[in-house]
Ligand binder design. Structure first.
Ligand SMILES: Cc1cc2nc3c(=O)[nH]c(=O)nc-3n(C[C@H](O)[C@H](O)[C@H](O)COP(=O)(O)OP(=O)(O)OC[C@H]3O[C@@H](n4cnc5c(N)ncnc54)[C@H](O)[C@@H]3O)c2cc1C
Length: 473
C-alpha cells in the first residue's frame, strides 16, 4: 500500500503542534496531525485568565479520574482538542532550571542544548539578549501596568522582607527567588502552540480533528502507521506519539510496548513519572477587583527547602480576576518530588481510561518540604501580603495536623512528566527502544518533572523532535 504521509503526529497539543508546524515550515514533507478532540477554538480558551475548560464536563477536558494518594481520588484536567493542554492551561511560560538538565544528564539535553530551542520558540517582549528570543512564534510577557494585580507588589515586598532574593528573570537560568512569572498570553489572549505554529499556508500539512488513535501498527519490529478507533489504518514512514503524558503511555501499552509487552518489553512505560503536588492557601482579598485580563498567576517565589539550591518548592500568587470581588490564593507546590506515579491499562479497549495513581507525598522528605512551602506562604502573608483564612494557627504549627490539612486539600499542578522517559523508554533522539520508525515527542520523555512548569518545555520538545526528524522524508 502506498504511503500517503512521511510522518504522522498523534496528538495536536503543545509538543505536537510545534512539531507539525516546524516540519511543514518548508515544503517537502507530507505530515498528518491527528487530534482526538475538536479543532475549533472557544471564547473561554482564548481568555488566558479563564480556567473554564478545567471543569470536569467541559468538552475540551479529558478529566481523568486519578488517585493522588491511596484513598484520595481526584479528577485531573488535561486539554482535549487542537492546542492540547496548552489551550486550557494557566499560560505560565517557564523553562527548566539548569539543575534539572544536569540531574537528567542526557546527551543532547543539557541546559545549553535546550536554550536555542526555547529561544527559537519565543518572542520575549520584556527581556533581550542571547538567552531570549525576539522572533519566535510564542509571545512572552510579564504582567505590567493595569494587568499587574495590586497584590503582586505586596508579594514582592513581603518576600524581600523575609530575605528572599529577587529573581528578575524567571527564564534566566539563575538562582531561585521572587519574581514575575512569564506568560504566553498577549493582551489577555492565550497563545497556544496551535495558534502560534500552525499559521499560514502549509501544503505539506493535513490536520484532522475528532480522530482518536487506538494504537500504533507495528510489524517486524517497525512502526508502519496507526490504527484509529474506527478501525481505519493510516500508513506513514514515521510515527510520533505526542498524545501527552497520560495518553502516550496508554497508546504504547495498547500497541504491545510496555511492561511485559509482546512487541517490546519496556517496564518504564507508565512507571516512574512525577508531577508537582500542591495545595491552595486561601487569603482574604482586600484589593479592588483586578483588570479582567490580569494573568492568573503573575508572581512566584521559588525557594530551597533545605538542600536544593535550584529551588525545590514554589509559592505562587494565584488570581482569578473573573470572580466578582476577586479571588486570591497562594498555590504552594513541591517542585522536585521524590514520589513517583503509575499509569496502567484497565483493558485492551482504547476507549477505557487508564488507571492513574500519583503516589504523592509517599516520603517524609516530600511531606516535610510541602509543609515548609505552606509555612513560607503563611510568613509571606504575615509579612504584609494579606490575611490567611486557612489553615488556622494550631494546624499550621503542628506537623501531624498540617499533614492532615494537606491530605484534605491536596491537588496537583497538572505538570505530569516522565511516563515514557528518555533512558527507559526512548533514547536521547526520542526513538522508542526496540521499535523502528516510532518516536515520542511530548512531556512523557522528560526523565523527571522540571522544577518549573513544563509548558515552554513541551513546545521545546516539539522543536527538538522537528530537528531530529528533519531529514526523514
Ligand atoms: C489545567 C492545566 C493548567 C496548566 N497550567 C500550566 C501552566 O500555567 N504552566 C505550565 O508550564 N504548564 C501548565 N500545565 C501543563 C502544560 O500545559 C502541559 O505540560 C503541556 O501542555 C503538555 O504538552 P503535551 O504536548 O505533552 O500534551 P498536551 O498538550 O496535553 O497534548 C496532547 C494532545 O493529544 C491529544 N490526544 C490524546 N489522546 C489522543 C489519541 N488517542 N489520539 C489522538 N490525539 C490524542 C489530546 O487531546 C491533546 O490535544 C497545565 C496543564 C493543565 C491541564
Amino acid at each position: 500500500m502506498a504511503r500517503n504521509y512521511d510522518v504522522v503526529v498523534v496528538g495536536g497539543g503543545s509538543s505536537g503542534c510545534a512539531l507539525a508546524g516546524r516540519l511543514t515550515d518548508r515544503p517537502g514533507l507530507r505530515v498528518l496531525l491527528l487530534e482526538a478532540g475538536p479543532l475549533g477554538s472557544l471564547p473561554e480558551l482564548r481568555d488566558a485568565t479563564s480556567l473554564a475548560a478545567t471543569a470536569p464536563r467541559h468538552p475540551r477536558n479529558w478529566a481523568y479520574a486519578a488517585e493522588l494518594r491511596p484513598g484520595n481520588s481526584h479528577i485531573v484536567p488535561r486539554g482535549r482538542g487542537l492546542g492540547g493542554s496548552g489551550a486550557t492551561n494557566g499560560a505560565n511560560w517557564t523553562r527548566v532550571t539548569p539543575a534539572d538538565a544536569d540531574d537528567w544528564g542526557v546527551p543532547g539535553w543539557s541546559y545549553a542544548d535546550l536554550l536555542p530551542l526555547y529561544v527559537r520558540s519565543e518572542h520575549d517582549h520584556d527581556m533581550a539578549g542571547p538567552a531570549h528570543g525576539d522572533r519566535g512564534p510564542v509571545p512572552v510577557r510579564r504582567a505590567a501596568g493595569e494587568l499587574r494585580h495590586p497584590a503582586v507588589g505586596r508579594f514582592l515586598t513581603a518576600a524581600a522582607r523575609l530575605g528572599f532574593p529577587d529573581e528578575l528573570d524567571k527564564n534566566g537560568g539563575g538562582p531561585p527567588g521572587a519574581g514575575l512569572v512569564p506568560s504566553n498570553a498577549c493582551d489577555g489572549v492565550r497563545i497556544d502552540a496551535a495558534t502560534a505554529y500552525l499559521t499560514g499556508e502549509r501544503p505539506g500539512l493535513t490536520v484532522r480533528g475528532g480522530i482518536p488513535v487506538a494504537r500504533v501498527l507495528v510489524d517486524g519490529g517497525r512502526a508502519h502507521g496507526i490504527v484509529l478507533h474506527s478501525g481505519e489504518v493510516i500508513e506513514a514512514g514515521e510515527v510520533v506519539l505526542s498524545a501527552g503524558a497520560v495518553a502516550t503511555p496508554q497508546l504504547l501499552m495498547l500497541s504491545g510496548i510496555g511492561p511485559r509487552g509482546a512487541v517490546a518489553d519496556l517496564p518504564g512505560v507508565g512507571r516512574g513519572w512525577s508531577d508537582h503536588p500542591a495545595v491552595f492557601l486561601p487569603m482574604a482579598d482586600v484589593d479592588p477587583q483586578a483588570h479582567p485580563h490580569a494573568p492568573s498567576s503573575p508572581v512566584a517565589l521559588n525557594l530551597d527547602c533545605g538542600a536544593d539550591p535550584a529551588g525545590d518548592a514554589e509559592v505562587l500568587l494565584f488570581v482569578r480576576p473573573f470572580v466578582p470581588g476577586g479571588d486570591l490564593h497562594l498555590m504552594c507546590a513541591l517542585q522536585a518530588p521524590d514520589s513517583r506515579g503509575t499509569i496502567e491499562l484497565v483493558s485492551d479497549d482504547p476507549r477505557d481510561r487508564p488507571r492513574i495513581a500519583y503516589g504523592y507525598l509517599r516520603t517524609e522528605h516530600d511531606r516535610r518540604r510541602l509543609r515548609h512551602a505552606i509555612r513560607t506562604a503563611a510568613e509571606l502573608l504575615r509579612a504584609g501580603l494579606g490575611r490567611r483564612t486557612a489553615p488556622d494557627g494550631d494546624v499550621l504549627g503542628n506537623d501531624r495536623a498540617l499533614d492532615g490539612w494537606i491530605a484534605d486539600n491536596l491537588t496537583t499542578s497538572v505538570h505530569l512528566c516522565g511516563s515514557a522517559a528518555i533512558g527507559s523508554v526512548v533514547d536521547a533522539e526520542l526513538r522508542v527502544l526496540g521499535v523502528d520508525g516510532l518516536r515520542v515527542a511530548d512531556t512523557s520523555v522528560l526523565p523527571t518533572v522540571p522544577r518549573r512548569g513544563p509548558s515552554a518545555t513541551a513546545v521545546a520538545i516539539g522543536e527538538k523532535a522537528a530537528e531530529l526528524l528533519a531529514g526523514c522524508g
